[in-house]
Write a protein that binds this ligand. Sequence first.
Ligand code: SAM
Length: 275
Amino acid sequence: MLDKAKIKQLIQDVKKKPELASLDDNFVKDHLLKILNKETRTANLLFKNFTSKSRFYHKIIKLVRADLRRVYGLFREKKIDTYLFSELLKKPRDKNLLNNILKTHSSTKERLPIYESLYKQIFAITGKPNTILDLGCGINPLTIPFMKLQNVKYYAYDVSQDEINQINNYLKVINNKGKATVMDITKLENLPPADVAFLFKMTDMLDKNKGHKGTEEVLKHIPAKFVIVSFATLTMSGKPMRAPRRRWMEWLCDRLHYNYQIIEFPNELFYVIEK
Ligand SMILES: C[S@@+](CC[C@H](N)C(=O)[O-])C[C@H]1O[C@@H](n2cnc3c(N)ncnc32)[C@H](O)[C@@H]1O
């Protein structure tokens, strides 16, 4: 039933929405297969008489797009402005340019007032790292200037080819070390050993429908001495959570015999975990 050409056609149609266009095909394929497995009745009816005109076709496309928006599109208010980005490549530490670009992604926008203090507090615990991994990085690698590190090797992973290309261009001008790669971090592929790894605002995505096994597997897999896992402390409506600490994270660390310290800001909580 899962004819390659038909799957390919579905992937290409899903990606016709501009905000999903640069997503990695394999990442889209995984989400498509997940939806086809879940919606067996619709999938059977679609593949019985496969045409892009059928309402079953449209239903599948709609469901896959909704799923991708939840894990990918939701955090991006718009694409990185190409003019601003080309200026940034000429002046990679320019605060104004950085701020304007970092504002286009909700997580980095929210952290603008805290970045310098955040990194200072993290590195006070971990020591100054030579190598950093950033898993599900979004555009966080553009905050390297706030880290005040000399010659850090930065390895960043996410699922949009365009953004990863931009981050690679940025890494080249910042110090020409490290690399950005398109990678689905749930696949637990090989990662370079590092001193510190960032897993900022990623656990909801890792744990969907799986208790906290997804986070546990990724946490165990990361070849870094310290992993920094962060969580929002505001509810969807923007009010502070009554109990922002994630007890499950603390129990998980206890069970795996990892030490942790907590760094708290009004909008985000950071667990600095020592493996
Ligand atoms: C909430 S944003 C966090 C971005 C960044 N960590 C930060 O806090 O600034 C979630 C990010 O995870 C990425 N993402 C979602 N699923 C992923 C996967 N399976 N593998 C790698 N990245 C993923 C999204 O594209 C998005 O950039």
